[in-house]
Design a protein around this ligand. Structure first.
Ligand code: ADP
Length: 449
């Protein structure tokens, strides 16, 4: 970056120097040409007066002069020239300044001289006797004057170049210095200092990104902690039924259980624990699928009421075994979602409501169709949930009463599945409960989602 700034400044200085130098040269050259012409005009007047008075005598007495003087008759014949032999000079009638002088009394021109082989400035004047007096000066004279002035300027170029080099280097260093001194770990700290206004948006963005990274890291740490806890809990939950199974199997294998009745009892225990394990594995798989936020799941328009009826039908035997009445009420509510995930929400809520109700209890499932949402409520008049546990019941493996949960075949994952399944549909889950009186779970599915 510094190199680029340095080159830019250096280029600007160089361009400025070149343009200034060029303009000075053009100006000086024009100036000297004009000066020479002025001098030539004055000299032409003087010499014309002298020749008018003295005729050929003037030329005979003429010493060294800076100008070339030519005397020409009105028919173009050269009478005299102080720098060339007039006898060998061609007729000058066609020369521009001579033609102009013969017409108007005075003429000027600038051209290449075929006699002296260099560029000349000419001024000519008609004398009272009709002859023409012409004075000229070579451009070489102008060049000499010009170079005389330009030489010191040209000599100053290396000095100017060195100064501009140092200047460019110092300036680029000063421009880059505040950027190098930025504290990128806390970008907004620089905003109070003498940072460039132009890079403030960049610093703000950097600060936002820092915060985002910190938030992401925190989130990641939280997720990783939850995963670790989950793995530990899952292995523990899986080990318990395995121990029971292996214990009863050993007893049966040892032949120490003699009565048929005991053998049947132990086999029943093994079956029940296997079923619990199988339910646990199913729930773990279901939860891990929902962890992805429903990516890859096929959504369709589906009637929440129909799904509620199906879930209630699946739980009818369990409900009647527990002596609980399970009823579905409400209306058809078509929404866009994943049918099997919606089913798992209703099934888990109803299963809990049945299992945490006493015999003679009532569970009412209601589906309502609103303009902007479909609403599901599962209400029971069961054992209820203590207020201090309400915040935690959606955590994985959290149970209010572990032994009761185990007794009713719970895995501790049911409400976790409900929460994640609701999230897949952008839905909110709410719970109201009073110990000993019952619980009401409400899930609101926004229709837009
Ligand atoms: P579980 O498999 O133990 O039922 P859940 O995640 O479904 O696990 O529920 C977590 C805990 O919340 C349960 O152990 C239970 O203590 C409590 N709970 C859930 N639903 C109800 C309900 N309808 N009535 C009373 N307690 C409930």
């Amino acid at each position: 970056m510094r190199g680029k700034i340095f080159r830019s400044i250096w280029f600007v200085l160089l361009a400025t120097l070149t343009v200034s130098f060029g303009l000075t040269a053009v100006f000086l050259y024009d100036h000297f040409t004009e000066e020479q012409l002025e001098q030539l005009r004055g000299e032409t007047k003087l010499v014309s007066q002298a020749v008018t008075l003295n005729g050929q005598d003037y030329f005979d007495r003429l010493g060294d002069t800076d100008f070339r003087i030519t005397w020409i008759t009105s028919d173009g014949t050269i009478l005299y020239d102080n720098e060339a032999d007039s006898h060998f000079m061609p007729n000058h009638l066609e020369r521009e300044e001579i033609r102009e002088t013969l017409e108007s009394g005075y003429g000027e021109s600038s051209r290449y001289s075929s006699t002296l082989f260099e560029r000349q400035l000419y001024t000519a004047q008609r004398l009272p006797d009709g002859t023409v007096l012409r004075l000229s000066v070579t451009q070489a004279t102008i060049w000499t004057l010009f170079l005389h002035f330009m030489l010191p300027l040209a000599l100053s170029i290396p000095v100017l170049l060195t100064i501009s080099l140092l200047l460019a280097s110092r300036l680029s260093e000063r421009i880059v210095q505040p950027i190098n001194e930025l504290n990128l770990d806390s970008p907004l700290e620089n905003a109070n200092q003498e940072a460039y206004e132009e890079i403030l948006p960049l610093l703000r963005r950097l600060d936002d990104q820092h915060r985002q990274i910190a938030r992401d890291r925190e989130e990641l740490e939280k997720t990783s902690l939850i995963r670790e806890e989950f793995t530990a809990n899952a292995s523990h939950e899986l080990k318990t039924p395995l121990h029971v199974i292996s214990g009863y199997a050993e007893l049966l294998e040892s032949g120490m259980v003699s009565s048929e009745e005991s053998r049947r009892l132990f086999a029943g225990k093994i079956r029940a624990e296997s079923q619990r394990m199988s339910k646990l594995v199913e729930d773990i798989i279901g939860l891990s699928q929902l962890d992805g936020g429903g990516a890859g799941m096929t959504r369709e328009f589906t009637d929440l009421y129909r799904i509620a009826v199906n879930a209630a039908e699946s739980l009818a035997t369990a409900a009647s075994d527990a002596g609980v009445t399970l009823k579905v009420e409400g209306e058809s509510a078509v929404m866009y979602g994943v049918p099997q995930v919606l089913y798992s929400i209703i099934y888990n809520l109803c299963s809990n409501a049945v299992h945490y109700s006493n015999s003679g209890g009532r569970v009412l499932v209601t589906v309502r169709d609103y303009r902007d949402k479909a609403e599901l409520t599962v209400a029971d008049n069961g054992i209820g949930i203590p207020a201090e546990d309400l915040d935690r019941i959606f955590e994985r493996f959290y149970r209010v009463d572990k032994s009761h949960s185990k007794e009713v075949g719970g895995t501790g994952l049911g409400l976790s599945i409900v929460k994640h399944a609701a999230m897949v549909h952008g839905a909110q889950v709410g719970v109201e409960s009073e110990l000993g009186k019952g619980s009401v779970f409400t899930v609101s599915f926004p229709k837009q989602a």
